[in-house]
Design a protein around this ligand. Structure first.
Ligand code: PDD
Length: 280
């Protein structure tokens, strides 16, 4: 693979970042994952807008312009002949001379920028046909989940807890209500209504979420943005998740209880279809 690191395109084995980089020492960094179908980026605009917002919230500088970022994405697709998968982008607060809790002076310590491609079956993902099983876990993350930071230890632990329980993913719960999945937004469907938590600092504003809710409304489906509990989800007709790496995955089981018929639901399938249709 050819990857991008701080202005250079290099074989992945030659790309290097300092051990003093604050991304490495302090998880002081933000990221984006943009999906690629048929060699084309899906909603780069949405991802770059959210990236800019994450950077602003953390008072971090983008070392390049958004136009340059788009050019780097396209160059990596080209260099790696990427047809389907994603591009991972990470900006960290760079490598100061030594470890220190205070932010370094941005004029002396420029942020680091890294991008790489990942091959993945998105359109024909197996989980889209079978649905996924989720467990519920407490949401023990910090409370600025609206910023897409690289602090992913708890979501990783959540995935491991799910695997140990024979499930595919975990839905996180705070004050009795589901916040989101470890790396996706969570939804239920009841009486034809699509229910998902409203945007706030409690969850990440998914780019796929925005597109799916827009498409749902365009298809005359009713969307209700409010919180729901695991108990309500278990009694729902359907459940599903969205993200750049899953698009729409049906959820067929929550904490061991089958959702609806226990089969992939028709609303989730339809949303997946129209989302992919639009993204092609
Ligand atoms: N995760 N919520 C969380 C906590 C996420 O990490 C993600 C994305 C989403 C969905 O956002 P989007 O639709 O913009 O992908 C929601 C990415 C895919 C990841 O960490 O790999």
């Amino acid at each position: 693979r050819t990857v991008y690191v701080n202005g250079e395109y290099l074989p992945e084995t030659e790309a290097k970042i300092s051990i003093f980089d604050r991304g490495f020492l302090m998880a002081d960094g933000v990221y984006e994952v943009t999906s690629v179908i048929g060699g084309k980026l899906v909603d780069f605009e949405g991802h770059s807008a959210r990236l800019q917002r994450s950077l602003n919230e953390l008072d971090m500088a983008n070392p390049v312009t958004m136009d340059e970022l788009l050019a780097i994405h396209r160059a990596l697709i080209e260099k790696n002949q990427l047809d389907e998968g994603g591009i991972y982008l990470q900006i960290t607060r760079g490598a100061p001379a030594d470890r220190d809790f205070a932010f370094p002076d941005p004029d002396e310590t420029p942020s680091s920028l890294v991008l790489f491609t990942q091959v993945k079956n998105l359109v024909n993902a197996l989980a889209a046909q079978k649905g996924i099983k989720v467990i519920s876990i407490d949401d023990l993350r910090w409370t600025r989940r609206d910023i897409k930071t690289v602090q992913l230890l708890y979501p990783s632990m959540g995935k491991m807890m799910a695997a140990k329980a024979g499930a595919d993913d975990a839905w996180m719960v705070e004050d009795g209500k589901v916040t989101e999945g470890t790396s996706n937004n969570a939804y239920i469907v009841k009486g034809g209504k699509i229910i998902t938590r409203k945007l706030s600092n409690d969850i990440l504003a998914g780019i796929t979420r925005a597109a799916v809710l827009r498409l749902a409304k365009e298809a005359q489906m009713v969307v209700e943005e409010r919180s729901f509990s695991i108990e309500e989800a278990q009694e729902a007709d359907e459940a599903f998740v969205t993200s750049a790496t899953t698009f729409v995955f049906p959820v067929v089981e929550i904490d061991g209880k089958a959702i609806g018929s226990g089969e992939v639901g028709s609303v989730a399938s339809r949303l997946r279809e129209i989302y992919i249709e639009e993204s092609l």
